[in-house]
Design a binder for this molecule. Structure first.
Ligand SMILES: [Zn+2]
Length: 255
């Protein structure tokens, strides 16, 4: 196995992730919101940055792009659809595209919702997903640009990946997401057990990520909008899953 992953905090709750191919030494940063923690993680690992894979254009994901691009000559991969607002794109990608970082073969999913140009990166062979601000542990991104329907379909796409797929995302929001999840899915035993684990991990100062797609399908209310129990709890009994999802997202905004 030539894949190594280093996860670290940037600021209060943004995650930085370095993806390293030990066979060739190639190293990709998933997004680049803050230069200092990325430089520190590179120094600690001894890895040299070769690529930056951008999930979306928000400043807390791209603020350090230009500087790291110049410092390392790192290739910047990002959605072609966002070329007007993500600087220095070397490789513009879209749904279904494939590219390599060293020997690691990445696939791309279009995941509009949080922003219309948002994409997720997937290592199908190693079964790892980098979901940015689309899918969080026990939650999902806010709808800044896309519709609830777009986000629902983006999340469904990710939920269809193999259950054992490791999930990395842009933020450590699991505890607050989980408190909301417990309110809308109170009878879910897997969720209650997960929250117990999450509280223990956070109390010890540890990360709750990576999660897995299977665990999220069992516990994340935003992937469970088709469950009658959830619909009933939020007063949407008999409504289509996408409408239940929209209501959940709205409730979370106000929570
Ligand atoms: Zn964002």
């Amino acid at each position: 196995m030539s894949l190594e992953i280093r996860q670290f905090l940037m600021g209060s709750d943004n995650f930085g992730v370095l993806v390293h191919d030990s066979e060739t030494g190639a190293t990709a940063s998933i997004d680049a919101g803050d230069e200092q923690p990325i430089l520190q993680a590179l120094a600690q690992t001894g890895w040299r940055l070769t690529d930056i894979l951008v999930t979306h254009h928000h400043d807390d994901h791209i603020a350090a792009l230009a500087s790291l691009h110049h410092k390392f000559g790192a290739r910047i991969v990002a959605a072609g659809a966002d070329s007007h607002r993500i600087p220095h794109i070397d490789l513009a990608v879209k749904e279904g595209d494939e590219f390599t970082v060293g020997t690691l073969k990445f696939g791309v999913f279009d995941t509009p919702g949080h922003t219309v140009g948002h994409i997720a990166y997937h290592l199908p062979k190693q079964k790892v997903l980098f979901a940015g601000d689309t899918l969080f542990s026990l939650g999902c991104g806010r709808l800044f640009e896309g519709s609830a329907e777009q986000m629902y379909h983006s999340l469904q796409k990710l939920a269809r990946l193999p259950a054992e797929t490791a999930l990395y995302c842009g933020h450590e929001y699991t505890l607050s997401n989980g408190r909301f999840a417990m309110k809308v899915d109170p009878s879910n035993k897997a969720l209650a057990a997960r929250m117990h684990d999450v509280e223990t991990l956070r109390a010890q100062g540890q990360f709750t990520l990576p999660s897995t797609i299977g665990r999220e399908c069992d516990t994340n209310p935003f992937l469970r909008a088709d469950q009658p129990d959830i619909a009933k709890t939020i007063g949407m009994e008999g409504q289509p899953a996408v409408a239940v999802f929209a209501k959940l997202r709205e409730m979370k905004n106000k929570a």
